[in-house]
Design a protein around this ligand. Structure first.
Ligand SMILES: Nc1ncnc2c1ncn2[C@@H]1O[C@H](COP(=O)(O)OP(=O)(O)OP(=O)(O)O)[C@@H](O)[C@H]1O
Ligand code: SF4
Ligand SMILES: [Mg+2]
Length: 325
């Protein structure tokens, strides 16, 4: 079990989420552990299908975890009943990749922002004036012009729709937000605006984020810690500085080598990942990256490697690194 201190907001211990499929169990999240301190951002990266969204949703119990612990402010939320969990959801919110997923096309901006507050009982529908005042405050907070209050999602561009998604998440005054690829669906020109907004809101409101993305360069600037996932497991975790300057896991190195470096003086060899991707269904023993790893040795196919600390706060799951210590 990892150590916690007074600053820890969220502690995740050995979290597992397995989905039953006709061919066997799909190991979407398998034994993932980490802590996030108050006001910090954990960036979660890895390629499509590695379990990032399932991890985020399992922490919020939008998927019921198969095993493990999710300790939020000292309480294991997996032991809460339905009513207690509904109450806890105020503190733990989700921002979706595609706001269309969370926005009802028949709801106006104000109805969309008000819905979570009404569901959670923060306001009653008869408190019309207070609810409208709060809605406009939320729109100001996320930079949505007040004139859009009666617009429908299809009348707005992606950036504005995402601002509604952010306002909905913030309406309940949460402490922790899972941001699941919140800018991936947006035009590049709008991505920076939404990222800046999320950073400003974090500072203003003291929010704690888990920020999911497949793009390491996005999380570099906004994370306190970065966790790299591969096929449901953590392969490396550390500060952005540790991961960018001393990447240890062969998969992290390959991810980093794919980021274009704007400085022509710096040359980094692109590591192409070859080989078959291991199926996440009925995974056997051994390192899940072994079929694509140029350093793999027989041991790697036979048993899994535990996370090992290589420097303070920097952990890696790889035999090659372990053997050098
Ligand atoms: N409800 C579900 N039932 C069965 N399998 C699922 C379910 N949701 C996700 N999976 C599987 O779990 C694995 C992890 O999926 P997940 O969506 O968490 O990955 P991801 O890292 O978020 O990918 P992406 O970057 O494409 O969003 C995948 O193999 C996926 O097919
Ligand atoms: S444990 Fe072995 S196969 Fe896995 S990443 Fe390390 S060297 Fe490669
Ligand atoms: Mg996802």
């Amino acid at each position: 079990m990892s150590l916690t201190n007074n600053d820890t907001l969220l502690q995740v211990n050995n979290l597992k989420k397995y989905f039953p499929t006709p061919h066997g169990l799909l190991y979407a999240v398998d034994n993932v552990s980490f802590n996030i301190n108050k006001g910090d951002t954990l960036g979660v990266v890895g390629e499509s299908g590695c379990g990032k969204s399932t991890l985020g949703r399992s922490i919020l119990r939008l998927h019921e975890p198969t095993a493990g612990e999710v300790i939020f402010e000292g309480k294991n939320i997996l032991s809460l009943n339905h009513a207690q969990m509904k109450h806890m959801r105020k503190d733990m919110q989700l921002i979706f990749q595609d706001p269309y997923e969370s926005l009802n096309p028949r709801m106006t901006v104000s109805q969309a922002i008000q819905a979570p507050m009404l569901i959670q009982g923060m306001y009653k529908s008869k408190d019309k004036a207070a609810l409208e005042k709060r809605t406009l405050e939320m729109m100001d907070m996320v930079g949505l012009a007040r004139r859009l209050v009666n617009s429908y999602p299809h009348e707005l561009d992606g950036g504005r729709r995402q601002r509604i998604g952010i306002a909905r998440a913030l309406a309940l005054k949460p402490k922790f937000i899972v941001c699941d690829e919140p800018v991936s669906a947006l035009d590049v020109s709008i991505q920076a605006q939404v990222l800046n907004l999320l950073q400003d809101l974090q500072e203003q409101l003291g929010l704690t984020y888990m920020f999911i993305t497949h793009d390491l360069s996005v999380v570099k600037h906004l994370s306190t810690q970065i966790m790299v996932m591969y096929l449901g497991q953590t392969v490396e975790i550390g500060s952005p500085d540790q991961l960018f300057h001393n990447p240890c896991h062969p998969y992290t190195k390959a991810l980093l080598s794919a980021i274009p470096i704007p400085d022509p003086e710096i040359k980094m060899e692109r590591i192409q990942l070859k080989g078959e991707i291991t199926s996440p269904i009925n995974v056997g023993p051994g390192c899940r990256f072994a079929k694509r790893c140029v350093y793999a040795k027989p041991e790697c196919h036979e048993r899994s490697c535990e996370m090992t600390e290589v420097e303070s706060g920097h952990k890696v799951a790889c035999f090659m690194v372990k053997d050098m210590m």
